[in-house]
Design a protein around this ligand. Structure first.
Ligand code: HEC
Length: 120
């Protein structure tokens, strides 16, 4: 009986360990942190003086960001490859990650309560 209990506890520990570690290392970093995701996946190509145009959350208004993610993001970025991942941006960003980035942009847009450049 004792052994059985031990096995159950060990399995449980192992499973939680797997869950915690795999969540942390998914491509693009922290799933829910729009700001980090923006830094890692957007700013790399949209820094100051970038030929692709400089974009920070406060570059656009809330409505412009919503319209951008709805209509333009995929079309404009379908062939875009991120050096760090050696993969197309749209292939490794998950829907949740894109939503988190969108939320960060909208929450800190030019006409939001806390406009941000995301440089701090
Ligand atoms: C690997 C480079 C790269 C990455 C990463 C990237 N972009 Fe872009 N982005 C581009 C290029 C190239 C264009 C197209 C420029 C053009 O068509 O004139 C563009 C265009 C844009 C535009 C302007 C669209 C318009 O109205 O014409 C916005 C806004 C934008 N990107 C936001 C983002 C956001 C937000 C992210 C992160 C989720 C991101 N980009 C990630 C390269 C990148």
């Amino acid at each position: 009986m004792k052994i059985l209990k031990l096995i159950v506890v060990m399995t449980w520990l192992f499973l939680s360990f797997v869950l915690i570690t795999t969540r942390g290392v998914t491509a693009g970093g922290d799933k829910d942190n729009g700001k980090e995701l923006f830094k890692q996946n957007c700013r790399v190509c949209h820094e100051k003086d970038s030929p692709n145009g400089e974009f920070t959350p406060m570059s656009l208004t809330q409505d412009q960001w919503k319209a951008f993610f709805k209509n333009k993001f995929e079309a404009k970025h379908k062939d875009v490859i991120l050096d760090r991942e050696k993969k197309k941006l749209l292939e490794f960003l998950t829907t949740q990650q894109i939503e988190a980035i969108q939320k960060f942009c909208v929450d800190h847009a030019a006409d939001s309560e806390q406009p941000q450049t995301c440089s701090e």
